[in-house]
Ligand binder design. Structure first.
Ligand code: TYM
Length: 327
C-alpha cells in the first residue's frame, strides 16, 4: 500500500484554505493509502508561541482533523514532538544533504522573515523546510497532499532524498506532492492577490473553521469584489474567481452551473448564498468538534505516537547505519 503523510501547524486559526487545499484530500486519501497525519508543533515554534495557547491548539487541531473526517482507526494521528526522530533526522539532513544554496531559494522564508526583520527571524524558521523533509522521509512517504505554498518544500524533500540516496545508497523514497485543482490556492477575502493565511494581519482575510454564523456572514459580505456586477468566473475577476471556487468546492456544484444560477443577479445575491453554503459546511463540523473530549484526543495521540515511533525508529536505524553511526 502506498503511503501518504501530511501535517498542519498548531498556530493561528485553521481556515477554509487549510481544509480545501489539504485536509479535504487527506480525508479521501485515507481509504487508499497508508495514511499518517501530524500536528507539527516543532514547526509552530519557528515563530513565537504562547505555551498555554500552543497546548490548547495542539488538542484543538487534532479535534479538527477528526471532526473534518480523519478517522483514527484508518489513519495514524500524532504530535510531531512526541517522536524525537524528526529532529534527529532533521539534523542529519542539515549536515549531509541540505546546502545553503537550496535553503536560500525558499520563498516562504523570504516572505516570512521579510515581515519582521530577517536578522531577527529564528534559525529554526530558516531550517523549517529541512524539518519538513525529515517528517516526510521518515515514513517512506510516496504522496504528500498539500496546498500550493508547500510545493517548494516538498521539492526540497525530493532533492534531499535523491542526494542522500546517491551518496549513501537507497534509503529514502522520493515523494510526490499532490494538489487539488481549485483548492490548491485559496486567496484572502480581503486581498485576492495573496493566499488566505493563518498569519494574516486582519481576521477578515480568512474564514476560520471555528467562526460562528454571524462572523461568516459578515466576512463574506465584506469580502473584496471586482469591478462590474456579473457573477462570472474569469481571470480578470480574481476576487470572484476565489469566491466561486469556495462555493463550488463546498457545494459540489460545477462552476458553469453556478455562473448560470446567477445570470441576471448581482454580487449581493451570490455572496448571501455563498455564506449559506459555508455555514452548511461549518455547522455540522463545529458540532462534531464540540463533542470530542480532550481525554479522547489525548488517547488518540498517544496511540498515534506509538505507531509513528516504531516506524520512525526503524528508518533511523537504517539512516544511522548508512552514515556510519553504528559501530
Ligand atoms: P500550514 O500549517 O501552513 O498549512 C497546512 C496546509 O494548508 C495548506 N494551505 C492552503 N491551501 C490552499 N490555500 C491556502 N490559502 C492555504 N493555506 C494553507 C498548506 O499548503 C498546507 O498543506 N510546513 C507545513 C506543515 C508541514 C507539513 C509537513 C506538510 C510540516 N511538515 C510534512 C506536509 C508534510 C505548514 O506550515 O502548513
Amino acid at each position: 500500500m502506498k503511503k501518504t503523510f501530511s501535517g498542519v501547524q498548531p498556530s493561528g486559526d485553521l481556515h477554509l484554505g487549510n481544509y480545501l487545499g489539504a485536509i479535504r484530500n487527506w480525508v479521501r486519501m485515507q481509504d487508499e493509502y497508508d495514511a499518517t497525519f501530524c500536528v507539527v508543533d516543532l514547526h509552530a515554534i519557528t515563530v513565537e508561541q504562547n505555551p498555554d495557547e500552543l497546548r490548547r491548539r495542539i488538542l484543538d487541531v487534532t479535534k479538527m482533523y477528526i471532526a473534518l473526517g480523519i478517522d483514527p482507526d484508518k489513519s495514524t494521528i500524532f504530535v510531531q514532538s512526541d517522536v524525537v526522530e524528526h529532529t534527529e533526522l532533521c539534523w542529519i539532513l542539515n549536515c549531509v544533504s541540505a546546502r545553503m544554496g537550496d535553503m536560500e531559494k525558499m520563498t516562504q522564508f523570504k516572505d516570512k522573515s521579510a515581515r519582521g526583520s530577517a536578522q531577527r527571524a529564528s534559525v529554526g524558521l530558516f531550517d523549517y523546510p529541512v524539518l519538513m523533509a525529515a517528517d516526510i522521509l521518515l515514513y517512506d512517504t510516496n504522496v504528500v497532499p498539500v496546498g500550493e505554498d508547500q510545493v517548494q518544500h516538498v521539492e526540497l524533500a525530493r532533492t534531499l532524498a535523491r542526494r542522500f540516496n546517491k551518496k549513501f545508497g537507497d534509503t529514502f523514497i522520493v515523494p510526490q506532492p499532490k494538489l487539488t485543482k481549485e483548492g490548491k490556492r485559496i486567496m484572502g477575502l480581503d486581498d485576492p492577490i495573496k493566499k488566505m493565511s493563518k498569519s494574516a494581519t486582519s481576521k477578515d482575510n480568512y474564514i476560520a473553521l471555528m467562526d460562528d454564523v454571524e462572523v461568516v456572514r459578515k466576512k463574506i459580505r465584506k469580502a473584496v469584489t471586482d469591478s462590474g456586477s456579473e457573477v462570472i468566473y474569469s481571470d480578470n475577476k480574481p476576487a470572484l474567481q476565489n469566491l466561486i471556487n469556495i462555493y463550488s468546492l463546498l457545494s459540489g456544484k460545477e462552476i458553469a452551473d453556478i455562473e448560470n444560477d446567477y445570470i441576471g443577479k448581482g454580487y449581493g445575491d451570490f455572496k448571501s448564498d455563498l455564506a449559506d453554503v459555508v455555514i452548511a459546511f461549518l455547522k455540522p463540523f463545529q458540532e462534531k468538534f464540540a463533542k470530542i473530549s480532550d481525554d479522547e484526543v489525548k488517547q488518540i495521540l498517544k496511540n498515534g505516537a506509538k505507531t509513528a515511533k516504531i516506524r520512525a525508529q526503524e528508518k533511523m536505524k537504517l539512516v544511522k547505519e548508512k552514515i556510519g553511526f553504528v559501530i
